[in-house]
Design a protein around this ligand. Structure first.
Ligand code: CA
Length: 519
């Protein structure tokens, strides 16, 4: 009897593994949806034909929200399907490391027979767990000739980071055990600061003048001290390394020559012009767009190579392909770069998914989904029960165009990191289809804001306290309190959650410049 049961269990496991879809999770860092042509930004900043292939053959998600809009915390959420107060990774200060002993979806997939690989940017302090193969950048990693750690061993690479991550990913796919389903997490550094392009993409736009966002010179009127007190403007915060007035360190002499041939004549012209005020901000914005968009070009090429491989190998029909970023990013809106805020350009991350048999080609969804739902979705796809501690939901219904009747109508957000690197005050809040309720706390006086996205899509004026919004505010407050309780958010946040040593910095002490590793 026991033997028959064992045989039956093995058969079920084998059958599940044999039919389970492969998962290719392509994840970039700080990629704004405004810089993906499938999202149709009014500025038409660039074409991303390969990322758009996923949109054309699958679903584009227009409202994919992140629980905490910075690198490490977003990655911890993707792996665990939980908020940061549960998975323990609240900030990027370096004072905390991801606890790799906790349950993650790659571990659960591995248990039912998946081969699992993680290649590229990891940024969680501890070594990856739950992967048959891993090769990661060191911390933030470097764009040029980056050293990496392959299963504990440091190795040197020559070339451009996005190309290397793609090569290693495709090499692993080619060498995998073809009798098993696979999970590949291909995680790019690009287009993270300092936006250093592949040398072949310098001047890919032929010195194009990029359209400016309407809010490039935002004065933050209509909002509070948090928005006015941040340190993330193109005007004041962007460094000479960001704007390529200083070259990066890791270029070989040959690479440096190509770099100098492009940047030096343009930098000389800039220095001679002696710009100031708005003209200087405009110049910096143009340089920022050139560099940022050029790094996206390499990511788009990488996506094309991975999609081509899946098609050539006959894998496309049984492989879920995702393209997403760890959060959104500002491309000059409100005068900013970076992320962190609950506001749209930051909290909304691009997310495109082709799930054969589930998504229909060329569809789009405005439902409130999140990277909190990714782990649950992959487990559902593989037929693995979703652990009760996970806080998101499988996207199968939403992705098929049949949103469950009880799908979320409000999404909880919580940002902690302060004061470094960008002095964005800790805040939490609720995002709904139309409104955004935000509470700033822990620094100076606490205060609340309310935005009506229907009337004010650029979030320029808080309407909190206005009598016309009294009933809406009361409803949102009630739902916010309900979600905080359901999600087990502590009433009092320990100061170390703001970033260890940084937490003691106080509002009055301003450090000169964020180090690369702090972002
Ligand atoms: Ca990021």
């Amino acid at each position: 009897m026991k033997l028959r049961l064992l045989c039956f269990c093995l058969l079920v496991t084998w059958a599940r593994a044999a039919s389970a879809p492969n998962i290719v999770f392509i994840f970039s860092d700080d990629h704004a949806y405004q810089a993906i042509s499938a999202y149709g930004d009014a500025r038409k900043l660039l074409e991303t034909p390969n990322i758009d292939r996923i949109a054309k053959t699958g679903m584009r998600f227009d409202r994919c929200l992140v629980p905490n809009s910075i690198c490490g915390p977003a990655r911890a959420t993707v792996l665990t399907g939980t908020y940061n107060h549960i998975n323990g990774f609240m900030n990027n200060s370096g004072s905390i490391r991801f606890d790799g002993a906790q349950t993650t979806f790659p571990k659960l997939l591995k248990k039912v027979g998946y081969q699992t690989a993680m290649v590229g940017k990891w940024h969680l302090g501890s070594d990856p767990t739950g992967f048959d193969f891993w090769q990661i950048l060191i911390g933030q990693g470097n764009y040029y000739n980056p050293p990496m750690i392959r299963q504990g061993e440091t190795i040197q690479n020559a070339g451009y980071v996005t190309d290397i991550i793609t090569d290693v990913s495709l090499d692993w796919l080619a060498k995998r055990d073809k009798t098993k389903p696979f999970l590949l997490m291909c995680q790019h550094k690009a287009p993270h600061r300092e936006w250093e392009p592949a040398l072949r993409h310098l001047n890919a736009d032929g010195d194009r003048v990029y359209p400016e966002p309407a809010t490039l010179f935002d004065d933050y009127a209509g909002r509070g001290p948090a928005e006015r007190g941040q340190d993330m403007t193109i005007e004041k915060t962007m460094t000479e390394r960001d704007t390529k007035l200083i070259a990066p360190l890791r270029l070989t002499p040959e690479q440096r020559k190509v770099w100098d041939d492009y940047y030096e004549p343009r930098n000389a012209k800039f220095r001679a012009a002696n710009l100031s005020g708005k003209d200087l901000v405009r110049w910096k914005y143009q340089r920022y767009m050139h560099d940022y968009l050029a790094t996206v070009r390499s990511v788009d090429e990488s996506v094309g190579r991975v999609l081509d491989y899946l098609e050539k190998e006959g894998l496309a029909e049984n492989t879920i392909v995702i393209y997403a970023s760890d959060q959104g990013f500002y491309l000059g809106e409100h005068g900013w770069f970076d992320k962190r805020w609950i506001f749209e350009e930051s909290v909304r991350t691009p997310f495109l998914m082709r799930w054969p048999g589930v998504t229909k080609p060329g569809t789009a969804s405005k439902d409130l989904v999140s990277n909190l739902d990714f782990a649950e979705t992959f487990l559902d796809a593989a037929g693995v029960p979703i652990p009760s501690e996970m806080q998101g939901r499988s996207l199968r219904g939403v992705a098929s165009g049949m949103k469950p009747a009880d799908w979320r109508t409000g999404f909880y957000y919580h940002y902690y990191e302060y004061p470094q690197p960008h002095r964005v005050r800790p805040h939490y809040g609720l995002v709904t289809e139309r409104y955004k309720l935000v509470r700033f706390y822990g620094v100076g006086d606490d205060y609340t804001e309310l935005f009506d996205l229907q009337k004010d899509p650029q979030e320029l004026r808080s309407v909190w306290g206005e009598p016309a919004y009294a009933a809406t505010t009361a409803e949102l407050e009630k739902e916010l309190a309900r979600q905080r309780k359901e999600l087990k958010v502590p009433e009092t946040i320990p100061p170390e959650w703001f970033g260890g040593a940084n937490a003691g910095g106080g509002a009055g002490k301003k450090k000169k410049q964020a180090k690369q590793g702090e972002l």
